[in-house]
Design a binder for this molecule. Structure first.
Ligand code: FES
Length: 158
């Protein structure tokens, strides 16, 4: 992946902007969604390009990208790992689970040619405290996990 432009493919952007959404600024949010689906976040070069193609000020596009919590302007992994650090999960060893997740992320990031495989987001409570410690990977909840199970669980997510 090219660090400077985050691997942004301008022909693909043209396909999204022109072919899918007719370069119509009314479709801005859907274009941003399509770009995020492709890169797992909104790379700034793609937003500048979008700004030029649609003749919409970059500040406005940036504003839309930061307003909605579904959009991210920072690189994210293909899989989002939410580690619960709420009180119930914390007392059952959430912090040690978090350290193991960080180790896996560290080891997988170096190998990846297709962007990050995982991002970790600490959360305060997932709502199933009696099952702690709890980790959510994308939409899957993993409960009562031990530090030694972390690697096996994450292996399943490409
Ligand atoms: S504290 Fe972890 S699920 Fe509630």
């Amino acid at each position: 992946m090219n660090d400077k432009n985050f691997g942004v493919d301008y022909r693909e952007l043209d396909r999204i902007i022109e072919d899918e959404y007719q370069a119509d600024g009314e479709n801005l949010i859907m274009m941003l969604q399509a770009i995020q689906n492709r890169y797992n976040f909104l790379p700034r070069p793609a937003l500048y390009y979008l700004s030029e193609k649609l003749a919409i000020p970059y500040s406005k596009i940036y504003g839309v990208g930061t307003f909605y919590s579904t959009f991210s302007l920072e690189p994210r992994g293909r899989n989002i790992v939410s580690i619960c650090l709420g009180t119930a999960c914390h007392v059952r060893g959430g912090e040690r689970i978090k350290e193991r997740i960080e180790a896996v992320i560290h080891n997988t990031a170096a190998d990846s040619q297709q962007g990050l495989r995982f991002s970790m987001e600490p959360v305060r409570c997932i709502g199933c405290c009696s099952l702690g410690p709890v980790v959510k990977v994308n939409e899957d909840i993993h409960s009562r996990i031990t530090p030694d199970e972390v690697e096996t669980i994450l292996e399943k997510y490409e």
